[in-house]
Design a protein around this ligand. Structure first.
Ligand SMILES: Cc1cc2nc3c(=O)[nH]c(=O)nc-3n(C[C@H](O)[C@H](O)[C@H](O)COP(=O)(O)O)c2cc1C
Length: 308
């Protein structure tokens, strides 16, 4: 099955503890054409782990949306995809997570060392799930092997591949090597979603232009500023940069609150910490927000800061 047709080229990245339903809705409102859930353990889903099940909640406004699973047993992945995947447009496989804990269990980027298993996982999911199966990968484990790997994935039936152009060994250090995205794009005919270090409208354009990738995925820059999707689309259309005011940035936090009324105080604080980054005078605001005892106290601090 093919990757869905999207209204533009911008996709929100799967991010643990960040890409929940309210955040995805906010990014969609400001222009993201598609989003993914955070990585969810297939084993935990089939064991009815309530936290994992809560990560797989979606809504009609969230579509098109991908469910990102991690696991290494094809049958378990199929069971999890069938259990919670009905309302998702795409099932995505995490072959990219570099974390020590995940790698130690043979999940995420550790699978990049096992081409046969990768092939089998994708092929089994394609056969048994009535959805496009996509993959999110790094450019290799210790060494760059993206060209070989994307061919294996395409051959197994993947509908699209997101390539974060760093190896597992690089974690988040250095700069993503977009040349690898171009090399991957040149050897497969399925869509390639370029990922890594898009931080501005200009860098979004450069990634698209220099690699020919079909879509771009944005993670950390969106985590700190969901307006980046709007800004990039505006730049593509007009060549102009939008200056965002302090009021608009603070307004985004209130918008998040209204989309996530049953969220928790730590989650609201995390969002406020992220969205206030870069606003002049915000370090002291963030300090006060950390100590706030309730959402109402946070709202008061934010309102005062906005009007200052
Ligand atoms: C807080 C955080 C959580 C992440 N969680 C996931 C995840 O659950 N699944 C995944 O495939 N990648 C995850 N990533 C990686 C991002 O999806 C993305 O590949 C990476 O941040 C590079 O893109 P960027 O430079 O636009 O941030 C995470 C990244 C961050 C910063």
């Amino acid at each position: 099955m093919n990757f869905p047709k999207l209204k533009n080229k911008l996709i929100l990245a799967p991010m643990e503890d960040v890409s929940n339903l309210p955040f995805r809705l906010l990014c969609k409102k400001y222009g993201a054409a598609m989003a993914y859930t955070q990585q969810i353990s297939a084993v935990a889903l089939i064991r009815n782990n309530l936290k994992s099940l809560s990560f797989a909640v979606t809504s009609p406004k969230d579509c098109p949306v991908g469910l990102q699973l991690f696991g290494r047993n094809p049958d378990v992945l199929v069971e999890a995809a069938k259990k919670v995947g009905a309302n998702f447009d795409v099932i995505d496989l995490n072959f990219g997570c570099p974390s020590k804990k995940v790698v130690a269990q043979g999940y995420g980027s550790a699978l990049l060392k096992e081409k046969d298993r990768i092939h089998k996982i994708i092929a089994v999911l394609v056969k048994h799930c009535n959805k496009p199966i996509t993959v999110k990968m790094r450019s290799g484990f210790k060494q760059v092997e993206a060209v070989k790997l994307v061919k294996v994935m395409e051959d197994a039936g993947a509908a699209a591949i997101t390539l974060h152009a760093r190896t597992q060994a690089q974690k988040y250090s250095g700069k993503a090597d977009w040349g690898i995205i171009k090399e991957a794009k040149d050897v497969v005919s399925i869509p390639i979603i370029g990922n890594g270090d898009v931080t501005s409208p200009e860098s979004a354009k450069e990634l698209l232009d220099s690699t020919g990738c079909d879509f771009i995925m944005i993670g950390r820059a969106a985590m700190n500023n969901p307006l980046i999707f709007r800004d990039i689309l505006h730049f593509f259309k007009t060549g102009k940069i939008i200056e965002t005011s302090k009021e608009e940035k603070i307004g985004l936090i209130f918008e998040y609150f209204s989309l996530d009324p049953s969220g928790s105080l730590p989650k609201w604080k995390m969002v406020a910490q992220h969205f206030t980054k870069g606003i002049p005078g915000s370090p002291s605001l963030r300090d006060k927000l950390t100590k706030a005892a309730s959402k109402e106290a946070m709202e008061q601090l934010l309102q005062e800061f906005k009007e200052k």
